[in-house]
Design a protein around this ligand. Structure first.
Ligand SMILES: O=P(O)(O)OC[C@H]1O[C@H](O)[C@H](O)[C@@H](O)[C@@H]1O
Length: 542
Protein backbone atom coordinates (compact mmCIF):
# COMPACT_ATOMS: atom_id res chain seq x y z
CA UNK A 1 0.00 0.00 0.00
CA UNK A 2 2.58 2.53 -1.13
CA UNK A 3 0.26 5.49 -1.47
CA UNK A 4 -1.01 5.27 2.07
CA UNK A 5 2.01 6.86 3.75
CA UNK A 6 1.34 10.32 5.13
CA UNK A 7 -2.43 10.02 4.70
CA UNK A 8 -4.72 10.53 7.67
CA UNK A 9 -7.28 7.95 8.78
CA UNK A 10 -9.99 10.07 7.18
CA UNK A 11 -8.16 10.22 3.85
CA UNK A 12 -7.44 6.49 3.97
CA UNK A 13 -11.10 5.79 4.67
CA UNK A 14 -12.04 7.82 1.57
CA UNK A 15 -9.62 5.76 -0.54
CA UNK A 16 -10.97 2.45 0.70
CA UNK A 17 -14.44 3.25 -0.45
CA UNK A 18 -13.36 4.44 -3.91
CA UNK A 19 -10.16 2.57 -4.81
CA UNK A 20 -10.90 -0.78 -6.57
CA UNK A 21 -7.42 -2.11 -5.77
CA UNK A 22 -8.24 -1.88 -2.07
CA UNK A 23 -11.18 -4.27 -2.34
CA UNK A 24 -11.02 -7.02 0.25
CA UNK A 25 -10.57 -9.63 -2.49
CA UNK A 26 -7.11 -8.14 -3.23
CA UNK A 27 -6.21 -7.56 0.40
CA UNK A 28 -6.91 -11.23 1.15
CA UNK A 29 -4.41 -12.34 -1.51
CA UNK A 30 -1.59 -10.89 0.58
CA UNK A 31 -0.65 -13.82 2.83
CA UNK A 32 1.81 -11.82 4.94
CA UNK A 33 -0.89 -9.24 5.67
CA UNK A 34 -3.31 -12.03 6.65
CA UNK A 35 -0.76 -13.57 9.00
CA UNK A 36 -0.07 -10.21 10.59
CA UNK A 37 -3.76 -9.62 11.19
CA UNK A 38 -4.31 -12.95 12.91
CA UNK A 39 -3.92 -12.43 16.66
CA UNK A 40 -3.90 -14.71 19.69
CA UNK A 41 -4.02 -13.70 23.32
CA UNK A 42 -5.93 -14.17 26.56
CA UNK A 43 -6.87 -17.69 25.42
CA UNK A 44 -8.79 -16.73 22.26
CA UNK A 45 -7.92 -15.75 18.70
CA UNK A 46 -9.02 -12.73 16.69
CA UNK A 47 -8.75 -12.76 12.91
CA UNK A 48 -8.89 -9.22 11.49
CA UNK A 49 -7.71 -10.19 7.99
CA UNK A 50 -11.17 -9.50 6.54
CA UNK A 51 -11.18 -5.97 7.91
CA UNK A 52 -10.20 -2.89 5.88
CA UNK A 53 -6.86 -2.87 7.62
CA UNK A 54 -3.22 -2.95 6.69
CA UNK A 55 -0.06 -1.85 8.44
CA UNK A 56 -0.43 1.91 7.91
CA UNK A 57 -4.04 1.94 9.08
CA UNK A 58 -3.20 -0.13 12.14
CA UNK A 59 -0.32 2.19 12.98
CA UNK A 60 -2.52 5.25 12.74
CA UNK A 61 -5.19 3.61 14.89
CA UNK A 62 -2.59 2.62 17.47
CA UNK A 63 -1.31 6.18 17.48
CA UNK A 64 -4.83 7.36 18.19
CA UNK A 65 -5.10 4.89 21.08
CA UNK A 66 -1.82 6.14 22.43
CA UNK A 67 -2.84 9.79 22.18
CA UNK A 68 -6.13 9.04 23.94
CA UNK A 69 -4.17 7.30 26.73
CA UNK A 70 -6.57 4.37 26.69
CA UNK A 71 -4.20 1.86 28.23
CA UNK A 72 -3.47 4.26 31.10
CA UNK A 73 -7.21 4.71 31.58
CA UNK A 74 -7.71 0.95 31.55
CA UNK A 75 -4.99 0.54 34.18
CA UNK A 76 -6.60 3.30 36.26
CA UNK A 77 -9.93 1.47 36.03
CA UNK A 78 -8.40 -1.76 37.28
CA UNK A 79 -6.61 0.07 40.07
CA UNK A 80 -9.90 1.41 41.42
CA UNK A 81 -9.69 5.02 40.26
CA UNK A 82 -13.03 6.79 39.81
CA UNK A 83 -13.24 6.36 36.05
CA UNK A 84 -17.05 6.61 36.13
CA UNK A 85 -16.85 10.38 36.39
CA UNK A 86 -20.53 11.31 36.15
CA UNK A 87 -21.40 9.06 39.09
CA UNK A 88 -18.06 9.58 40.84
CA UNK A 89 -17.45 5.84 41.10
CA UNK A 90 -14.84 3.26 40.32
CA UNK A 91 -15.56 0.47 37.81
CA UNK A 92 -14.19 -2.64 39.43
CA UNK A 93 -15.74 -5.66 37.72
CA UNK A 94 -12.22 -7.06 37.18
CA UNK A 95 -11.61 -7.12 40.97
CA UNK A 96 -14.46 -9.63 41.33
CA UNK A 97 -12.37 -12.28 39.56
CA UNK A 98 -9.15 -11.65 41.39
CA UNK A 99 -9.83 -12.15 45.12
CA UNK A 100 -6.26 -13.10 46.03
CA UNK A 101 -4.54 -9.98 44.75
CA UNK A 102 -5.25 -7.21 47.29
CA UNK A 103 -6.81 -4.10 45.79
CA UNK A 104 -6.88 -1.29 48.30
CA UNK A 105 -9.41 1.47 47.69
CA UNK A 106 -10.05 3.86 50.59
CA UNK A 107 -8.18 1.47 52.87
CA UNK A 108 -10.51 -1.38 51.99
CA UNK A 109 -9.37 -4.52 50.20
CA UNK A 110 -12.09 -4.58 47.56
CA UNK A 111 -10.88 -7.82 45.99
CA UNK A 112 -11.16 -9.61 49.35
CA UNK A 113 -14.64 -8.19 50.03
CA UNK A 114 -15.83 -9.46 46.63
CA UNK A 115 -14.02 -12.78 47.13
CA UNK A 116 -15.70 -13.29 50.52
CA UNK A 117 -19.10 -12.79 48.92
CA UNK A 118 -18.22 -15.43 46.31
CA UNK A 119 -17.22 -17.76 49.17
CA UNK A 120 -20.55 -17.09 50.86
CA UNK A 121 -22.33 -17.88 47.57
CA UNK A 122 -20.34 -21.10 47.18
CA UNK A 123 -21.14 -22.17 50.72
CA UNK A 124 -24.82 -21.43 50.26
CA UNK A 125 -24.90 -23.40 46.97
CA UNK A 126 -23.16 -26.37 48.55
CA UNK A 127 -25.75 -26.41 51.33
CA UNK A 128 -28.56 -26.36 48.77
CA UNK A 129 -26.91 -29.22 46.84
CA UNK A 130 -26.37 -31.15 50.06
CA UNK A 131 -30.06 -30.54 50.92
CA UNK A 132 -29.09 -28.72 54.11
CA UNK A 133 -31.09 -25.74 52.88
CA UNK A 134 -34.54 -26.83 51.73
CA UNK A 135 -37.94 -25.30 51.01
CA UNK A 136 -40.34 -24.45 53.84
CA UNK A 137 -42.05 -27.85 53.60
CA UNK A 138 -38.67 -29.53 53.94
CA UNK A 139 -38.38 -30.53 50.29
CA UNK A 140 -35.01 -30.12 48.53
CA UNK A 141 -34.87 -27.41 45.90
CA UNK A 142 -35.18 -28.72 42.34
CA UNK A 143 -35.23 -25.43 40.41
CA UNK A 144 -33.98 -21.87 40.70
CA UNK A 145 -36.05 -18.96 39.40
CA UNK A 146 -34.09 -15.75 38.85
CA UNK A 147 -36.06 -12.49 38.90
CA UNK A 148 -33.98 -9.73 37.37
CA UNK A 149 -33.79 -7.54 34.30
CA UNK A 150 -31.11 -5.92 32.11
CA UNK A 151 -27.67 -6.40 33.60
CA UNK A 152 -29.18 -8.39 36.45
CA UNK A 153 -30.30 -11.08 34.00
CA UNK A 154 -28.74 -10.97 30.52
CA UNK A 155 -25.12 -11.82 31.32
CA UNK A 156 -26.03 -14.58 33.75
CA UNK A 157 -28.43 -16.11 31.24
CA UNK A 158 -25.83 -15.93 28.44
CA UNK A 159 -23.24 -17.67 30.63
CA UNK A 160 -25.74 -20.20 32.01
CA UNK A 161 -26.77 -21.32 28.52
CA UNK A 162 -23.16 -21.49 27.39
CA UNK A 163 -21.99 -23.54 30.38
CA UNK A 164 -24.93 -25.93 30.11
CA UNK A 165 -23.38 -27.50 27.02
CA UNK A 166 -20.19 -28.77 28.69
CA UNK A 167 -20.86 -28.80 32.45
CA UNK A 168 -23.22 -30.92 34.48
CA UNK A 169 -26.31 -28.95 35.42
CA UNK A 170 -27.06 -29.56 39.11
CA UNK A 171 -30.09 -27.26 39.29
CA UNK A 172 -31.88 -25.72 36.31
CA UNK A 173 -32.12 -21.92 36.23
CA UNK A 174 -35.25 -20.16 34.93
CA UNK A 175 -35.46 -16.46 34.23
CA UNK A 176 -38.30 -13.99 34.73
CA UNK A 177 -37.50 -10.46 33.67
CA UNK A 178 -40.31 -8.62 31.94
CA UNK A 179 -43.40 -7.48 33.80
CA UNK A 180 -45.66 -9.05 31.17
CA UNK A 181 -48.06 -11.36 33.06
CA UNK A 182 -47.76 -13.86 30.20
CA UNK A 183 -44.12 -14.40 31.17
CA UNK A 184 -45.00 -14.90 34.84
CA UNK A 185 -47.66 -17.45 33.93
CA UNK A 186 -45.39 -19.29 31.49
CA UNK A 187 -42.55 -19.59 34.02
CA UNK A 188 -44.60 -20.55 37.08
CA UNK A 189 -46.62 -23.08 35.07
CA UNK A 190 -43.55 -25.26 34.70
CA UNK A 191 -42.35 -24.93 38.31
CA UNK A 192 -43.36 -26.56 41.58
CA UNK A 193 -43.46 -23.84 44.28
CA UNK A 194 -42.54 -26.37 47.01
CA UNK A 195 -39.13 -26.97 45.40
CA UNK A 196 -38.38 -23.59 43.81
CA UNK A 197 -35.69 -21.28 45.13
CA UNK A 198 -36.20 -17.67 44.01
CA UNK A 199 -33.25 -15.30 43.51
CA UNK A 200 -34.26 -11.65 43.33
CA UNK A 201 -31.43 -9.88 41.55
CA UNK A 202 -31.59 -6.10 41.57
CA UNK A 203 -28.72 -3.78 42.35
CA UNK A 204 -30.99 -0.84 43.11
CA UNK A 205 -33.90 -2.92 44.43
CA UNK A 206 -36.15 -0.21 43.03
CA UNK A 207 -36.68 -1.66 39.54
CA UNK A 208 -40.48 -1.74 39.34
CA UNK A 209 -40.82 -4.81 37.14
CA UNK A 210 -38.66 -6.92 39.43
CA UNK A 211 -39.25 -5.85 42.99
CA UNK A 212 -42.76 -4.39 42.88
CA UNK A 213 -44.63 -6.52 40.42
CA UNK A 214 -42.88 -9.84 39.82
CA UNK A 215 -41.63 -10.31 43.37
CA UNK A 216 -45.07 -9.71 44.86
CA UNK A 217 -46.63 -12.08 42.35
CA UNK A 218 -44.03 -14.69 43.29
CA UNK A 219 -44.64 -14.18 47.01
CA UNK A 220 -48.35 -14.79 46.45
CA UNK A 221 -47.58 -17.82 44.32
CA UNK A 222 -45.46 -19.30 47.11
CA UNK A 223 -47.88 -18.38 49.90
CA UNK A 224 -50.89 -19.68 48.00
CA UNK A 225 -49.09 -23.02 47.90
CA UNK A 226 -48.98 -22.97 51.72
CA UNK A 227 -45.27 -22.07 51.88
CA UNK A 228 -43.38 -19.53 53.95
CA UNK A 229 -42.18 -17.30 51.10
CA UNK A 230 -39.23 -15.94 53.08
CA UNK A 231 -37.67 -19.43 53.13
CA UNK A 232 -37.70 -19.59 49.34
CA UNK A 233 -36.39 -16.13 48.53
CA UNK A 234 -32.82 -14.82 48.37
CA UNK A 235 -31.83 -11.24 47.56
CA UNK A 236 -28.80 -10.28 45.50
CA UNK A 237 -28.69 -6.53 45.82
CA UNK A 238 -26.67 -3.38 46.31
CA UNK A 239 -25.17 -2.67 49.71
CA UNK A 240 -27.61 -0.36 51.48
CA UNK A 241 -30.45 -0.82 48.95
CA UNK A 242 -34.06 -1.33 50.13
CA UNK A 243 -33.56 -5.07 49.54
CA UNK A 244 -30.48 -5.10 51.77
CA UNK A 245 -32.15 -3.45 54.74
CA UNK A 246 -34.74 -6.16 54.95
CA UNK A 247 -35.54 -8.24 58.04
CA UNK A 248 -35.03 -12.00 58.23
CA UNK A 249 -38.76 -12.54 58.02
CA UNK A 250 -38.55 -11.37 54.41
CA UNK A 251 -35.89 -13.55 52.85
CA UNK A 252 -33.50 -16.40 53.50
CA UNK A 253 -30.26 -14.57 52.76
CA UNK A 254 -28.86 -11.38 51.23
CA UNK A 255 -25.80 -11.28 48.94
CA UNK A 256 -24.35 -7.86 48.33
CA UNK A 257 -23.20 -6.17 45.18
CA UNK A 258 -21.67 -2.71 45.07
CA UNK A 259 -22.06 0.58 43.21
CA UNK A 260 -18.57 0.18 41.71
CA UNK A 261 -19.75 -2.68 39.47
CA UNK A 262 -22.34 -1.65 36.88
CA UNK A 263 -25.20 -4.01 36.04
CA UNK A 264 -23.99 -4.90 32.55
CA UNK A 265 -20.50 -5.68 33.93
CA UNK A 266 -21.79 -7.63 36.92
CA UNK A 267 -21.93 -11.30 35.84
CA UNK A 268 -18.81 -12.13 37.83
CA UNK A 269 -20.09 -10.49 41.02
CA UNK A 270 -22.69 -12.23 43.22
CA UNK A 271 -25.18 -11.42 40.41
CA UNK A 272 -23.77 -14.39 38.51
CA UNK A 273 -21.69 -16.28 41.07
CA UNK A 274 -24.66 -17.35 43.20
CA UNK A 275 -27.03 -18.52 40.42
CA UNK A 276 -24.22 -20.11 38.44
CA UNK A 277 -22.79 -21.97 41.43
CA UNK A 278 -26.29 -23.20 42.24
CA UNK A 279 -26.56 -24.36 38.64
CA UNK A 280 -23.11 -25.94 38.17
CA UNK A 281 -21.31 -25.93 41.52
CA UNK A 282 -18.58 -23.59 42.83
CA UNK A 283 -15.70 -25.24 40.91
CA UNK A 284 -17.20 -24.32 37.56
CA UNK A 285 -17.68 -20.72 38.70
CA UNK A 286 -14.07 -20.58 39.88
CA UNK A 287 -12.98 -21.69 36.40
CA UNK A 288 -15.20 -19.04 34.81
CA UNK A 289 -13.53 -16.40 37.01
CA UNK A 290 -10.09 -17.79 36.09
CA UNK A 291 -10.92 -17.41 32.37
CA UNK A 292 -12.00 -13.80 32.94
CA UNK A 293 -8.83 -13.15 34.91
CA UNK A 294 -6.66 -14.47 32.07
CA UNK A 295 -8.32 -12.10 29.63
CA UNK A 296 -8.26 -9.18 32.11
CA UNK A 297 -4.49 -9.60 32.48
CA UNK A 298 -4.07 -9.78 28.72
CA UNK A 299 -6.25 -6.67 28.25
CA UNK A 300 -4.36 -4.72 30.88
CA UNK A 301 -0.78 -5.75 30.17
CA UNK A 302 -0.35 -6.65 26.51
CA UNK A 303 1.25 -4.08 24.26
CA UNK A 304 -1.34 -2.24 22.21
CA UNK A 305 -0.38 -3.92 18.93
CA UNK A 306 -1.00 -7.37 20.43
CA UNK A 307 -3.92 -6.50 22.68
CA UNK A 308 -7.02 -8.26 21.35
CA UNK A 309 -9.77 -6.24 23.08
CA UNK A 310 -8.02 -2.98 22.22
CA UNK A 311 -7.53 -4.03 18.58
CA UNK A 312 -11.20 -5.04 18.37
CA UNK A 313 -12.21 -1.66 19.82
CA UNK A 314 -9.96 0.15 17.33
CA UNK A 315 -11.62 -1.83 14.58
CA UNK A 316 -15.02 -0.68 15.87
CA UNK A 317 -13.87 2.94 15.77
CA UNK A 318 -12.44 2.47 12.26
CA UNK A 319 -15.60 0.80 10.96
CA UNK A 320 -18.04 3.15 12.66
CA UNK A 321 -16.37 6.55 12.81
CA UNK A 322 -14.33 6.47 9.60
CA UNK A 323 -15.85 3.93 7.22
CA UNK A 324 -19.41 4.83 8.19
CA UNK A 325 -20.82 1.37 8.96
CA UNK A 326 -23.88 2.01 11.13
CA UNK A 327 -23.88 -1.32 12.98
CA UNK A 328 -22.14 -4.55 13.62
CA UNK A 329 -23.79 -7.93 13.92
CA UNK A 330 -22.50 -10.49 16.39
CA UNK A 331 -23.10 -14.01 15.10
CA UNK A 332 -21.94 -16.91 17.27
CA UNK A 333 -21.75 -20.12 15.24
CA UNK A 334 -22.54 -21.97 18.44
CA UNK A 335 -26.02 -22.64 19.80
CA UNK A 336 -24.90 -22.51 23.47
CA UNK A 337 -23.69 -18.93 22.87
CA UNK A 338 -27.15 -17.89 21.67
CA UNK A 339 -27.76 -15.35 24.44
CA UNK A 340 -24.40 -13.62 24.01
CA UNK A 341 -25.71 -11.24 21.31
CA UNK A 342 -28.46 -10.10 23.71
CA UNK A 343 -25.89 -9.60 26.47
CA UNK A 344 -23.62 -7.72 24.07
CA UNK A 345 -26.51 -5.51 22.94
CA UNK A 346 -26.85 -4.20 26.46
CA UNK A 347 -23.13 -4.16 27.22
CA UNK A 348 -22.22 -2.31 24.06
CA UNK A 349 -25.19 -0.04 23.46
CA UNK A 350 -25.85 0.93 27.08
CA UNK A 351 -22.14 1.65 27.54
CA UNK A 352 -21.51 3.53 24.28
CA UNK A 353 -24.95 4.87 23.35
CA UNK A 354 -24.06 8.44 24.32
CA UNK A 355 -23.37 11.67 22.51
CA UNK A 356 -21.66 13.71 25.21
CA UNK A 357 -17.99 13.11 25.94
CA UNK A 358 -16.53 13.08 29.45
CA UNK A 359 -15.16 16.55 28.77
CA UNK A 360 -18.54 17.87 27.64
CA UNK A 361 -18.21 17.94 23.83
CA UNK A 362 -21.11 16.72 21.72
CA UNK A 363 -20.08 13.97 19.32
CA UNK A 364 -21.12 14.61 15.71
CA UNK A 365 -23.70 12.20 14.33
CA UNK A 366 -21.16 10.24 12.27
CA UNK A 367 -19.01 9.62 15.36
CA UNK A 368 -21.74 8.02 17.45
CA UNK A 369 -21.15 4.38 18.35
CA UNK A 370 -22.43 1.61 16.08
CA UNK A 371 -25.58 -0.36 16.82
CA UNK A 372 -24.98 -3.93 17.84
CA UNK A 373 -27.37 -6.80 17.31
CA UNK A 374 -27.15 -10.47 16.50
CA UNK A 375 -28.35 -14.02 16.41
CA UNK A 376 -26.75 -17.42 16.03
CA UNK A 377 -25.38 -18.90 12.85
CA UNK A 378 -26.47 -20.72 10.81
CA UNK A 379 -30.00 -19.50 11.68
CA UNK A 380 -29.16 -15.86 10.93
CA UNK A 381 -28.07 -16.83 7.41
CA UNK A 382 -31.64 -17.84 6.72
CA UNK A 383 -33.20 -14.72 8.17
CA UNK A 384 -31.40 -11.36 7.87
CA UNK A 385 -28.13 -12.17 6.05
CA UNK A 386 -29.68 -11.39 2.65
CA UNK A 387 -29.71 -7.71 3.60
CA UNK A 388 -26.13 -7.81 4.77
CA UNK A 389 -24.96 -9.40 1.51
CA UNK A 390 -26.79 -7.15 -0.94
CA UNK A 391 -28.49 -4.37 1.01
CA UNK A 392 -27.09 -2.04 3.65
CA UNK A 393 -23.55 -3.09 4.55
CA UNK A 394 -22.61 -3.71 8.18
CA UNK A 395 -19.58 -4.95 10.06
CA UNK A 396 -19.73 -8.48 11.40
CA UNK A 397 -18.26 -10.50 14.26
CA UNK A 398 -18.44 -14.23 13.63
CA UNK A 399 -17.68 -16.37 16.67
CA UNK A 400 -16.54 -19.98 16.24
CA UNK A 401 -15.71 -22.75 18.72
CA UNK A 402 -12.86 -25.05 17.68
CA UNK A 403 -13.75 -28.20 19.57
CA UNK A 404 -17.01 -30.06 18.99
CA UNK A 405 -19.08 -31.30 21.94
CA UNK A 406 -17.49 -34.38 23.60
CA UNK A 407 -20.46 -36.49 22.47
CA UNK A 408 -19.18 -36.04 18.89
CA UNK A 409 -16.00 -38.01 19.61
CA UNK A 410 -17.86 -41.24 19.06
CA UNK A 411 -20.07 -40.02 16.27
CA UNK A 412 -19.20 -39.53 12.63
CA UNK A 413 -22.46 -37.60 12.14
CA UNK A 414 -21.59 -35.31 15.04
CA UNK A 415 -18.18 -34.55 13.52
CA UNK A 416 -19.79 -33.92 10.17
CA UNK A 417 -22.26 -31.48 11.73
CA UNK A 418 -19.43 -29.61 13.49
CA UNK A 419 -17.45 -29.37 10.24
CA UNK A 420 -20.54 -28.20 8.42
CA UNK A 421 -21.02 -25.46 11.03
CA UNK A 422 -17.45 -24.23 10.48
CA UNK A 423 -17.89 -24.50 6.71
CA UNK A 424 -20.81 -22.11 6.95
CA UNK A 425 -18.93 -19.70 9.18
CA UNK A 426 -15.96 -19.54 6.81
CA UNK A 427 -18.12 -19.44 3.69
CA UNK A 428 -20.06 -16.47 5.05
CA UNK A 429 -16.86 -14.69 6.09
CA UNK A 430 -15.50 -15.09 2.56
CA UNK A 431 -18.80 -14.25 0.88
CA UNK A 432 -19.04 -10.98 2.85
CA UNK A 433 -15.44 -10.13 2.04
CA UNK A 434 -15.17 -11.26 -1.57
CA UNK A 435 -18.70 -10.76 -2.85
CA UNK A 436 -19.71 -12.18 -6.21
CA UNK A 437 -18.67 -10.57 -9.47
CA UNK A 438 -20.04 -13.03 -12.03
CA UNK A 439 -23.62 -13.87 -12.88
CA UNK A 440 -26.82 -12.01 -13.65
CA UNK A 441 -27.05 -8.50 -12.22
CA UNK A 442 -29.41 -9.57 -9.44
CA UNK A 443 -26.91 -12.27 -8.38
CA UNK A 444 -23.95 -9.92 -7.93
CA UNK A 445 -22.70 -9.04 -4.45
CA UNK A 446 -20.30 -6.17 -3.95
CA UNK A 447 -18.55 -7.82 -0.97
CA UNK A 448 -16.02 -5.65 0.87
CA UNK A 449 -17.97 -6.07 4.13
CA UNK A 450 -15.68 -6.12 7.19
CA UNK A 451 -15.71 -9.35 9.17
CA UNK A 452 -13.82 -10.36 12.32
CA UNK A 453 -13.58 -14.00 13.32
CA UNK A 454 -13.30 -14.67 17.05
CA UNK A 455 -12.39 -18.24 17.96
CA UNK A 456 -12.75 -19.99 21.32
CA UNK A 457 -11.01 -23.28 21.93
CA UNK A 458 -14.03 -24.87 23.56
CA UNK A 459 -17.10 -24.02 25.63
CA UNK A 460 -15.62 -24.88 29.02
CA UNK A 461 -16.07 -22.38 31.85
CA UNK A 462 -12.59 -20.88 31.25
CA UNK A 463 -13.42 -20.28 27.57
CA UNK A 464 -16.68 -18.55 28.45
CA UNK A 465 -14.88 -16.38 31.02
CA UNK A 466 -12.34 -15.33 28.38
CA UNK A 467 -15.09 -14.38 25.93
CA UNK A 468 -17.05 -12.47 28.57
CA UNK A 469 -14.02 -10.46 29.70
CA UNK A 470 -12.94 -9.87 26.08
CA UNK A 471 -16.34 -8.31 25.26
CA UNK A 472 -16.24 -6.18 28.41
CA UNK A 473 -12.69 -4.94 27.78
CA UNK A 474 -13.41 -4.22 24.11
CA UNK A 475 -16.44 -2.15 25.12
CA UNK A 476 -14.51 -0.24 27.77
CA UNK A 477 -11.65 0.43 25.33
CA UNK A 478 -14.11 1.68 22.71
CA UNK A 479 -15.60 4.03 25.32
CA UNK A 480 -12.17 5.37 26.27
CA UNK A 481 -11.26 5.81 22.58
CA UNK A 482 -14.37 7.91 22.10
CA UNK A 483 -13.76 9.74 25.38
CA UNK A 484 -17.19 8.59 26.61
CA UNK A 485 -18.11 7.30 30.04
CA UNK A 486 -18.91 3.62 29.37
CA UNK A 487 -20.26 3.10 32.88
CA UNK A 488 -23.32 5.36 33.28
CA UNK A 489 -26.77 5.10 31.61
CA UNK A 490 -28.73 8.28 32.22
CA UNK A 491 -30.79 7.82 29.04
CA UNK A 492 -32.56 4.85 30.59
CA UNK A 493 -33.79 7.10 33.40
CA UNK A 494 -35.98 9.16 31.11
CA UNK A 495 -38.26 6.26 30.24
CA UNK A 496 -38.55 5.39 33.92
CA UNK A 497 -39.58 8.97 34.80
CA UNK A 498 -42.19 8.91 32.04
CA UNK A 499 -43.62 5.64 33.38
CA UNK A 500 -43.94 7.18 36.86
CA UNK A 501 -46.05 10.01 35.46
CA UNK A 502 -48.26 7.69 33.42
CA UNK A 503 -48.77 5.38 36.40
CA UNK A 504 -50.01 8.42 38.33
CA UNK A 505 -52.38 9.41 35.51
CA UNK A 506 -53.61 5.87 35.24
CA UNK A 507 -54.45 5.61 38.92
CA UNK A 508 -56.24 9.01 38.84
CA UNK A 509 -58.12 7.98 35.67
CA UNK A 510 -56.67 11.06 34.02
CA UNK A 511 -56.56 10.49 30.27
CA UNK A 512 -55.17 13.77 29.02
CA UNK A 513 -51.67 12.39 28.40
CA UNK A 514 -49.59 13.28 25.32
CA UNK A 515 -50.80 12.36 21.84
CA UNK A 516 -52.60 9.07 21.65
CA UNK A 517 -51.29 7.85 25.02
CA UNK A 518 -54.52 8.88 26.79
CA UNK A 519 -56.54 6.71 24.35
CA UNK A 520 -54.60 3.64 25.45
CA UNK A 521 -54.90 4.47 29.13
CA UNK A 522 -58.66 4.84 28.76
CA UNK A 523 -59.04 1.63 26.77
CA UNK A 524 -57.09 -0.23 29.46
CA UNK A 525 -59.14 1.35 32.24
CA UNK A 526 -62.35 0.43 30.42
CA UNK A 527 -61.61 -3.23 30.98
CA UNK A 528 -59.26 -4.06 28.08
CA UNK A 529 -62.24 -4.70 25.86
CA UNK A 530 -61.91 -2.10 23.14
CA UNK A 531 -59.27 -0.74 20.84
CA UNK A 532 -58.28 2.82 21.71
CA UNK A 533 -59.92 5.42 19.45
CA UNK A 534 -59.67 9.13 18.88
CA UNK A 535 -63.00 10.10 20.37
CA UNK A 536 -62.41 8.44 23.69
CA UNK A 537 -65.59 6.49 22.96
CA UNK A 538 -65.70 2.76 22.98
CA UNK A 539 -65.52 0.58 19.92
CA UNK A 540 -67.86 -2.37 20.16
CA UNK A 541 -66.56 -4.98 22.60
CA UNK A 542 -64.48 -7.70 20.94
O1 LIG B 1 -30.27 -4.34 38.95
P1 LIG B 1 -31.30 -3.28 38.83
O2 LIG B 1 -31.06 -2.12 39.74
O3 LIG B 1 -32.69 -3.86 39.00
O4 LIG B 1 -31.19 -2.70 37.37
C1 LIG B 1 -31.50 -3.44 36.23
C2 LIG B 1 -31.22 -2.62 35.00
O5 LIG B 1 -31.91 -1.39 35.16
C3 LIG B 1 -31.74 -0.38 34.18
O6 LIG B 1 -32.48 -0.68 33.06
C4 LIG B 1 -30.31 -0.14 33.81
O7 LIG B 1 -30.25 0.60 32.64
C5 LIG B 1 -29.55 -1.41 33.63
O8 LIG B 1 -28.18 -1.11 33.52
C6 LIG B 1 -29.74 -2.32 34.81
O9 LIG B 1 -29.00 -3.48 34.60
Amino acid sequence: MQFSHDLSLKELAGKILTEPSLHMRFLLEDKTRCQQLFYQGGGISLDLSRQHLWEDVINLLLKKANQAGVQEKFAAMMAGKRVNKSENRAALHSAARNPDIPLLVNNQNIARILGDIHEKAFEFSNKVHEKKICGSKGEPFSDVLLLGIGGSRLGTQAVYEALSSRHKNLLPLHFLSTVDPNAFIAQTRKLNPDTTLVLVVSKSFTTREVVDINLSQIRNWLENAGLRASEHIVHITGKGSPGDRISESFCLEVFNIFDFIGGRYSVTSAVGSLPLSLAFGPDVVKKLLAGCREMDIHAARSPADQNLPLLAALCDIWNGDYLGFPAFAMIPYSAPLRYFPAHMQQLYMESLGKSLTITGETLPHDKLAMFCFGDTGTDAQHSFFQMLHQGRALAMDLIGVLQPPPECRQSAEGHKAHEELWTHLLAQADAFALGRSEGRPEQLCSGNRPVSIITLKNLMAEDIGRLLAFLEARTVYAGFLKNLNPFDQFGVENGKLMATELRRNFSKSSFSSTGTTGFYLKALKDGYLTFPNQNGTQDPPM
